[in-house]
Design a protein around this ligand. Sequence first.
Ligand SMILES: Cc1ncc(C[n+]2csc(CCOP(=O)(O)OP(=O)(O)O)c2C)c(N)n1
Ligand SMILES: [Mg+2]
Length: 558
Amino acid sequence: MRNGGQLLVECLVALGARKAFGVPGESYLAVLDALHDTHGKLDYVLCRQEGGASFMAAAYGKLTGQPGLCMVTRGPGATNAAIGVHTAMQDSVPMILFVGQVGTDMKGREAFQELDYRAVFGTMAKWAVEIDRVERIPEILARAWSTAISGRPGPVVVALPEDMLTSMTDAAPLRGPVEITEPHPDPAAMERLREMLAGAERPLILYGGCNWKGPGTRPIQRFAEASDIPVVSVFRYQDQFDNHSPSFCGEAGVGMMPHVKALIREADVILAINARFGENATDGYTLLDVPQPRQRLIHVHGSDREIGKVYCPELAIQSGPNAFAEALGALAPVKGRWGAWRAEGRAAYEAGFDLPDLPSPVDMGKVCAHLRETLPEDMIVTNGAGNFAIWSGRFLKFGSEARLLAPQSGAMGYGVPAAIAAKLVHPAKTVLCFAGDGDFQMTSQELASAAQAGAQPIILVLNNGIYGTIRAHQERNYPTRVSGTEMTANPDFAALARAYGFHGERVERTEDFAAAFERALASPTGAVLDLVISPEALTPRQTLSQMREGALAAGKGR
Ligand SMILES: Cc1ncc(C[n+]2csc(CCOP(=O)(O)OP(=O)(O)O)c2C)c(N)n1
Ligand SMILES: [Mg+2]
C-alpha cells in the first residue's frame, strides 16, 4: 500500500523523469514528501515563481524531447504557471504541469484557490485532466506522458485533488518508460514527392518543429545540397539545420528578411517538414494564400491535426520528422535550373550579416560578430521576447550541434529560465541567454534558483531603458506620443546579479565587450553582463528617430 503522492512519483520515475521544476504548495505536500525518498532519481528544482518554473519545464522539453515536468499549487500557482503551458503549446513541446486541487469532497463550491482546470487549460494545453480515483494515477500518467510526446508534442495539465494524493491504494506503479516510434512515410508518397520536386521551377524546403533527434535534419541537408534546393526555417527553429550549409537561406520569422519572403513567394513547390503554419512563418498568412496556396504544397507532419489545418496541401505525408528525413535522404537528388535562385537566397542571407556602425555605446552588430567567432559549436542560446531577440535570432550562426531555445509564443521572460534549464541538462556547455531589460525583469528572480541549483548561465542584458518593441510600434503608429514604454527606474543589473551570487559587470563600450565576455566564460558562477544600448539602435538598420520621422512623413500622429 502507498499513498497517491508516492504512486505518482514512482510512476514518474518509472517513466524516466529525472527533473521536475516547481514552487511548493500545501496542496501537494504528499508529492513533495514522496520526492524526499527518490534519492536523487527525480530531482526537484526549486524555483522562485511558477512562471519561471513552467518556462524551465517548457525549455527542458524543447531541449530533451522528454516531457518537462512542472509542479505547482492550486489557483495562484496554476495561473502563474499558465505562461509556460501556452509557450509549450505554441512551441509544440512536451510538458506536464501538475497542479494541486481542492479535495473531491468540496469541489465545485469555489473552495479556497479552486479552479476548474479542464475549463481553464482546456483550450491552452494539448490535454487537461483531473485525477478522480487514486488507483487511476498510473493510467492517467501513462496517457499524459504519451500525449505529451506523441504526434505534435505539447503540454498536458494534470490536476491533483488533495485527497487523491493522501488516499492509500494497492494499485501497482508503472513499470517502465513509454517508447513511441515515429510514423514512417509511405514509399509511394516519397516517389510522388520526388516527382513534384523534380518537376518544379523553384522548389523550397521549409522546416520547423521541436521533436528532431540529434541533428535530425542532416539527411535533409544532404538531399538539399545535392539537389541545390534552398532551405528556410520557420520562426525560431533556425538551430535545427546547419546554418553553414550553402542551402540554408534564413528564418521565416518576425521581421522576416525580404529575400526570405521572396523565396517563399516565388517558390512553386514547397516541401514543409514538421512545420506548423503560424502567423510569423507566413508573414500574417500573406505569403501563402489560405486555404489553397498558389505554391504546390507538400506538408509532412507527425500529427493528423496539423495537416490541412490552415493550408490544403496537394500532397500530405503523415510522418515523424526524423523518419521522414531519413527517407528523403535516401532519395536520388533532383536536378533543375533553380541553382542560381538558391545561390541568390544564400548570398542575401550572408549579406545580412554586414552591418553599418550602430549608434550605440555597445554596438550589438560588432558584439555578435565577435560571438560568431568565439562561441563553441555546441553552444546553447536562449532568449525571450523583445527587439533584442533579433541579435540571437539573426546574427549568430547555428551549426548542427548548436541549439536555440526561443519561444514561438513571443513570451517575455523565457530566456533566463530556459538558460537555467539548459545549464542543468548540459552543465559543461556554454549556455548564453540574450535578454532585454524588460524581458530580464520578468523572471530575474530565478537567478536565485540558478544559484541554488548550481546551474548558472551567462546572461547578456541588452539594456536600452525601453520596452523597445512596443516603443517601435508606438513611433510607427503614434509618433512622438510616448506612453507606457519607458523604464526610467531600472535596477543596477550588475549589482543585482552579484547579489544573487553571479559575476556581474556593466559594459559601456563595444571595445570592452570581448574582455568582459572572457571573464564571463571563466566565471564558475555564471555571469550577467549589463550592456549599455542606445534606444536609437533598436533595429540593425533603422533608428527609432527614423521610424518616428517616417510615420510623421506618412501623416500619422497629429
Ligand atoms: C509576457 C509578455 N508581456 C508583454 C509582451 C509584449 N511585449 C513584446 S516585446 C515587449 C518589450 C520588450 O522589451 P525589452 O525586453 O526591454 O526588449 P527591447 O524590445 O527593448 O529590446 C513587450 C512589452 C510580451 N510579448 N510578453
Ligand atoms: Mg528594452
